[in-house]
Design a protein around this ligand. Structure first.
Ligand code: SF4
Length: 431
């Protein structure tokens, strides 16, 4: 590889990491025990761009060189691009340097595969080990697991990291074979399963003894690319439900396919990437994790894709109008959660507030209910707020949403944009 300065390497490696969306840092609580940094549980150790992306982590690749050739990846072997690599010591020193300058609050470290998965994992472990043991860094660390690596290495990595993730990328074996032929489903699922087991097992063991070191206390996550292959939303959502249920997955991230390579195996994207579809999948995912919906309630074989014009919760309500309107003074918590316009907090507030007396329609906005949507689905003291009954034709038209979240790929690379700080000058201390 030709010689590059550290700043050049960082620019290339931060740019190479920007397509990985799985970098939220919530869920970890690591106390400072004499070193530097804290990982806070309630999400305060990260900040978000206007489009919802976490940017306060130093988000880099160890290397953008890769022996694999995934069709959708900017770093694939067959791309003619500048290849650089940091040493584990450089990763550790950069992270500490940025942390001391208050530019970041943690590290998100991913990588291409160099030589083989085990060798790459050893380099990642070394970088994280140096941060934790030599620099006594207690801040948040999220590291990628390399598919196909020895499971003992996966275990070693998880002992030092707050979160680990293994990107599934493609929802089915067939798509993986077509677009990422060097990776197998088994090589991805085996470490996921092992990480899930170790998370559960370690949590149990630590109930008996806090001396047992934590294992990935912020859990594991994965990323699915949406739109690079032909799977339906039903397939994607069902896969996500399985990952949450069977592999103790903390988060599944959905990433709208961005064409960065010319490759006849990939679809042609006209206009912007499928961001609305990505947004609807996040909403469906949210409904499964926090609102008690099963994948089969949101989608089925006859309707395998989410309605891009409707919030999936509204879509479900419109298909189940026989359940509405719901009387807010009598409905149980689980049923309240299913009303469009009522969220987890407003449902909790309703349940609390009605202990003090019957609620009226006027009380609902004060409790956080979004009446624009909820008015068609609830009554309070028998009164209905809308001029249209829940079974009236035309209700769908009233509940349609503007489907266009802002395009996110127009944003500058992280190198120039992390928390408003130019990382290039942060290297040299010119903040
Ligand atoms: S293994 Fe990862 S870095 Fe390598 S080509 Fe595939 S997606 Fe890209």
């Amino acid at each position: 590889m030709p010689e590059f300065t550290l700043a050049e390497k960082l620019e290339i490696l931060a740019d190479g990491a920007k397509y990985d969306v799985s970098c939220a840092s919530s869920g970890s609580s690591r106390r400072n025990s004499g070193g530097i940094g804290n990982a806070a549980q309630c999400g305060i150790c990260h900040s978000w761009t206007a489009d919802g992306r976490c940017v306060s982590l130093l988000k880099i690749l160890l290397t953008n060189a890769c022996i694999y050739d995934c069709a959708y990846c900017v770093n694939r072997r067959s791309n003619d691009t500048r290849r650089v690599m940091l040493t584990p010591a450089e990763v550790a020193e950069l992270t500490i340097g940025f942390y001391r300058r208050n530019a970041i609050e943690g590290l998100f470290l991913s990588t291409g595969v160099v030589r083989d998965p085990d060798h790459t994992m050893e380099l990642l472990i070394e970088a994280v080990w140096q941060l934790r043991e030599e620099h006594r860094f207690n801040g948040y660390i999220h590291v990628k697991v390399v598919p196909g690596a020895d499971l003992l290495l996966v275990e070693r990595l998880g002992r030092h990291a707050d979160r680990v993730s293994i990107n599934m990328e493609l929802p089915t074996r067939e798509s993986l074979k077509l677009l990422a032929p060097d990776k197998s489903r088994e090589a991805i699922v085996a470490p996921m399963r092992r990480v899930g087991e170790l998370i559960v097992q370690t949590k149990e063991e630590r109930k008996c003894s806090r001396k047992i070191p934590p294992f990935a206390p912020a859990g594991q996550s994965t990323q699915l690319i949406v739109g690079a292959s032909g799977e339906s939303d039903l397939q994607i959502v069902s896969l996500a439900a399985g990952l949450y249920g069977r592999l103790a997955m903390k988060r599944v991230y959905y990433s709208a396919f961005v064409p960065v390579n010319r490759d006849e195996r990939l679809p042609v994207v006209v206009g912007t990437p499928p961001l609305v579809r990505e947004h609807r999948l996040y909403q469906a995912d949210w409904l499964m994790r926090y609102y008690g919906f099963a994948a089969g309630e949101l989608l089925d074989e006859e309707r395998p894709n989410l309605d891009l014009a409707l919030d999936p919760k509204v879509g479900w309500a419109l298909r189940n109008l026989h359940l509405f309107p719901l009387e807010v003074n009598r409905a149980d918590y689980e049923s309240l959660l299913r009303v469009p316009g009522i969220g987890v907090r407003s449902a909790q507030r309703i349940v609390r507030a009605r202990r003090g007396g019957h609620l009226t329609l006027d009380d609902l906005p004060k409790l956080g209910v979004v009446m624009k949507r909820a008015r068609y689905f609830v009554t309070a003291r028998g009164r209905f707020a809308a001029d249209l009954a829940p079974d009236a034709p035309g209700l769908r038209g009233r509940l349609l949403e503007k489907p266009a979240p802002p395009p996110r790929w127009s944003q500058p690379s992280l190198f120039a944009g992390t928390a408003g700080i130019d990382l290039r000058s942060a290297i040299t201390g010119e903040l």
